[in-house]
Design a protein around this ligand. Structure first.
Ligand code: G4P
Length: 525
């Protein structure tokens, strides 16, 4: 094996940041990119107010510039590591793509707002990471503001998420009294708002400051030492193995806005975050160091600008090296294609990529060939990577074509968008109506837009609101059980599911029909 290739692969760190909107994902991403030299100015990623766009505002970007993917993947180098950050869009943009992005990473960074603790969207994304055994690194943000007690936040992690934590550092005060972090890992104190030369204070073997120091004059120093003692005695032990299996999350405290604790976080993170991992396929696990190229498509983004009808398929390279112009197999179709047009992503630019290796993400221009979950291989290889998980939709609409004369286009459009993985399709067993399901509202908007622009069909969507979807085991169910509060539908594979009005309707149904076994595919995670 070429030494360079091996080194290249082992230098990759591919991760996503998971958080609830406003926890500070954009701010942290921007600081990381600044360290990596990928951007020069603060405001490139964020800049809602500077007239530029936040990474997650892609719909706006689409509308205004006709470019779809500028910031979906950000890449930079730091300390001989090549870092790929994948965007997981915020709440208005929340979609199945957001979940699927997590199938393409090797680790995740979870940001928690110290005042708010664990929020809904973080929890949803966390569950997907958990089920996939992805290592999770936690950054507790906004320590420059008054927040909740750190011990309480850790207890919440363990209780709500069921994950054990190991604080790599610990805040000394917070808000107006925030003095810095006590770094258990580097055995030093990193002071907040203190000039660079005096920023770090070394600690002795006992983890204390030798001799006099202004920090010691504040009662917070003693309190911190007590808390550290408590963590040492009663807290979890550090374990690299348990971090790698996702059972233990290293926790960092900091303030992204003031760029405090971010560099320490990045450097420590890079030491423990895994390099590209082997992935399951129909022929067993494929090692990322295998020289033959392979990868899978985890996201397809259509260009919203009618002037550019192209779509971009995002490919996670799982083995070997991508070279522009190479010929690959698409085992699902039993055919070959040439990867001539490809792109790699930077924070403020996208450029043509000529070479990329396992762990990297590239964008392939697509005129309708690919589906989400497709595997690409080379040579005699015809294996396929593990199917992407199905995510349980929560929002529903009833959909029809505005113009009955356009039925043919309507069916074609729905069929293709559903196959592509843009939205989930169901049919009401009784009325035969089409029902679309999504995990986020944006999916409906994109669907409507694309039906009009790509298939020339205007659709009418009637909101059915949020529902709880449960599939029926063995499909054994009497159609007469379909009711307004428990609508029986077929999914696109003909499997039966109920759409329950709410939790109460679900429980009521289960009480009345204990013989019907219901399941949620996301519970397997
Ligand atoms: P998101 O991408 O996760 O949605 O969050 P984003 O980074 O946009 O941050 C949300 C808000 O929280 C922003 O304020 C941002 O400045 C603030 N913020 C992020 N990190 C910190 C931090 O460490 N400390 C404090 N005090 N605030 C932080 P905003 O007023 O909503 O936006 P803007 O006026 O700054 O653009």
């Amino acid at each position: 094996m070429a030494k360079d290739f091996k080194e290249d692969v082992l230098s990759r760190r591919t991760f996503a940041i998971i958080s609830h909107p406003d926890a500070g994902k954009t701010t942290l991403t921007e600081k990381l990119l600044l360290f990596g030299g990928a951007i020069r100015d603060a405001g490139t990623v964020k800049g809602k107010k500077t007239g530029k766009f936040a990474t997650s505002d892609w719909m706006e970007i689409e509308k205004q510039r006709g470019i779809s993917v500028t910031s979906s993947v950000m890449q930079f180098e730091y300390q001989n590591r090549r870092v790929n950050i994948l965007d997981t869009p915020g709440h208005q943009d929340f979609s199945e793509d957001t979940y699927r992005t997590l199938t393409a990473v090797d680790s995740a960074v979870m940001i928690i707002d110290s005042a708010k603790g664990i929020e809904e969207q973080t929890l949803k994304l966390f569950k997907v990471c958990r089920m996939r055994g992805i290592p999770i690194f936690t950054f507790i943000n906004k320590l420059d503001r008054e927040g909740r007690a750190p011990l309480e936040l850790l207890a919440e992690l363990e209780e709500v998420m069921g994950i054990e934590s190991y604080p790599m550092n610990w805040p000394i005060g917070m808000g107006k009294e925030f003095l810095g972090i006590y770094d258990r890992f580097y055995n030093r104190i990193e002071q907040f708002r203190v000039d660079e030369e005096n920023k770090y204070v070394a600690l002795n073997d006992k983890g204390e400051i030798d001799g006099p120091h202004p920090l010691k004059d504040s009662g917070l120093y003693d309190q911190t030492l007590e808390e550290i003692m408590l963590l040492n005695e009663a807290g979890n032990e550090f374990s690299r193995e348990r971090i790698e299996t996702g059972e233990l999350t290293p926790v960092f405290f900091g303030s992204a806005l003031t760029n405090f604790g971010v560099q320490t976080f990045l450097e420590t993170y890079l030491q423990f975050a895994p390099s590209p991992q082997a992935r399951k396929s129909t022929e067993g696990k494929i090692d990322p160091l295998t020289e033959e190229f392979s990868g899978f498509i985890f996201k397809i983004q259509a260009n919203m600008n009618p002037a550019h009808r192209d779509r971009i398929a995002f490919l996670r390279i799982c083995s070997g090296k991508f070279e522009r112009g190479m010929t690959v197999n698409i085992p699902r179709l039993g055919k070959q294609t040439k990867l001539a047009q490809s792109t790699q992503f930077m924070a403020d630019d996208r450029s043509t990529v000529d070479e990329a290796v396992s762990g990297d993400i590239i964008g392939l221009y697509d005129s309708g060939t690919y589906q989400i979950g497709d595997t690409l291989t080379v040579g005699k290889n015809q294996f396929q990577y593990e199917k992407l998980p199905q995510f349980t939709p929560e929002l529903f609409v009833r959909v029809t074509a505005k113009n009955v004369m356009k039925q043919k286009h309507f069916h074609k459009g729905i069929e293709q968008l559903v196959q592509e993985g843009a939205i989930q399709l169901f049919r009401n067993v009784r009325t035969e109506e089409y029902v679309l399901g999504a995990v986020g509202q944006l999916q409906f908007e994109v669907f409507e837009h694309r039906m009009k622009n790509e298939y020339n069909v205007e659709v009418i969507m009637e909101r059915l609101g949020s529902k709880i979807t449960r599939w029926v085991e063995n499909d054994e169910v009497n159609e007469s059980l379909s009711a307004a509060r428990s609508i029986l539908v077929n999914d696109r594979y003909g499997k039966k599911a109920f759409l329950f009005e709410n939790d109460f309707a679900l429980r009521w149904f289960q009480d009345k029909n204990p013989e019907i076994k219901l399941y949620n595919p996301m519970d397997d995670y």
